[in-house]
Design a binder for this molecule. Structure first.
Ligand SMILES: C[S@@+](CC[C@H](N)C(=O)[O-])C[C@H]1O[C@@H](n2cnc3c(N)ncnc32)[C@H](O)[C@@H]1O
Length: 391
């Protein structure tokens, strides 16, 4: 009884399942859902609906203070809405939520991505820099060079968005040709009792079009998920570093297997490259051993960064490509790197990128260049390639 009372106090707002209301989408969340106000003022997140569209929405749950809704009837559709080109597309537990924006034209998706970036730039007070044109993806489909499949021995596919429910996937149009063939070949082995793992709902199978066989139970090191757009990013980086003297000392954080380190080492005489994944580090060390000093470090551990930072405090160029968390531990870098002139920041998360830029700007840096790149069409993801300069 006391427990019930505590719960009621924490969750004072009533989210009555199955009630329906009409609302207009006023914004889109970072994971692509529509933001809709209930007539009584509560905010709801609703998948499969676009900015300014109006729909009848069923209340299906809550996420903290926000309600979760499902479209019942679309009352006013955006003219750029289209039929998704995948039979598995959808938002319930029978569908794959991997391409949440597939129901909109590529132009509409691109505009929404740029709108988020513009709003982040406005938040930074960065009216002096305007983002470059979007480096749009040359392929809307068939671009994905790797994927993580799940199997329980009877089904093979992906998890439904936000759940642990396995959805059987017959074909996936965003996979590269080689990966689509691998999916078909794996499916031909179903049912497969050897893929069942005792005590687990399913197990993971990684497919990657640079590997001959799927990888089971072994995590692969990071690889940029769209090969053609990765080439565009590497070319962008080569252009950006070209005017910097080749004897400048360079520090690269989150270097992975050396995708960008290779470009840096082709220009700069010495590059100190830091990475946390041992397997990636081994690969990184082999690229150009005479120019690259590869270093293992957990960049999210403040004590570890503090202990190491004095070794690189003379760096003039910092290149970083962090995971979604961004440069979580940044105070030691901001404090110790007094010689730093240029920061080249490749970001996969606009919010953490903006947070980190704000801190660099407080140290006298300003945004010199911002180039958006579309790595994953059909999703809200946007890669931001940026340069900050001091002085
Ligand atoms: C977005 S990837 C970039 C990799 C590389 N720049 C590339 O283009 O392939 C981020 C990298 O950060 C590494 N990483 C993630 N968390 C880390 C941490 N706490 N410390 C060090 N490295 C980390 C990952 O292993 C991954 O290689």
């Amino acid at each position: 009884m006391p427990k019930q009372r505590r719960t009621a106090k924490r969750n004072p707002v009533n989210f009555k399942h199955e009630s329906v209301f009409e609302g207009r989408v006023r914004d889109l969340t970072s994971d692509g859902r529509g933001v809709v106000s209930h007539p009584d003022g509560r905010t709801f997140f609703v998948p499969g609906i676009w900015l300014n569209e109006v729909a009848e929405i069923r209340v299906v749950g809550r996420q903290g203070k926000v309600g979760l809704g499902q479209v019942v009837t679309l009352k006013q559709a955006d003219p750029q809405r289209r039929l998704a080109s995948c039979s598995h597309h959808g938002y319930d537990t029978d569908h794959c939520g991997g391409c949440p924006w597939m129901f909109m034209s590529y132009e509409a998706q691109s505009s929404a991505k740029l709108r988020r970036l513009d709003s982040a730039l406005a938040g930074l007070g960065s009216h002096l820099v305007q983002a470059d044109e979007l480096l749009a993806a040359p392929e809307e489909l068939g671009y994905r060079n790797r994927a993580q499949l799940k199997t329980d021995g009877a089904r093979l596919g992906y998890l439904a968005a936000g759940t642990r429910t396995l959805v059987d996937i017959a074909a996936c149009p965003i996979l590269s040709v080689r990966n689509a063939e691998m999916l078909t070949a794996l499916r031909a082995e179903l049912p497969n009792s050897a893929w069942r793992v005792r005590g687990q709902q399913w197990q993971t199978i990684d497919i990657d079009d640079s590997l001959n066989t799927p990888s089971m139970r072994k995590r692969l090191s990071f690889r940029q998920g769209n090969s053609r757009q990765n080439t565009v990013m590497r070319d962008w980086l080569a252009r950006v570093i070209a005017p910097i003297p080749e004897d400048a000392s360079v520090l690269e954080l989150f270097a992975g297997s050396g995708n960008f380190t290779e470009i840096l080492a082709a220009h700069f005489r010495t590059v100190v490259a830091v990475e946390g994944d041992d397997k990636a580090l081994r690969h990184l060390s082999e690229i150009a051993p005479d120019r690259i000093q590869a270093h293992a470090l957990n960049l999210f551990s403040e004590p570890a960064v503090e202990r190491w930072i004095s070794q690189i405090s003379d760096a003039r160029v910092l290149v970083l490509d962090p995971p979604r968390e961004g440069l979580k531990v940044r105070a030691p870098f901001l404090r110790a790197m007094t010689e730093l002139e240029t920061v080249i920041y490749v970001a996969c998360d606009i919010a953490t990128w903006a947070r980190d830029c704000r801190d660099f700007m407080a140290e006298g840096f300003s945004l010199a260049r911002v180039t958006p790149l579309d790595m994953f069409p059909q999703t809200p993801h946007l890669e931001v390639l940026s340069v900050l300069s001091r002085g």
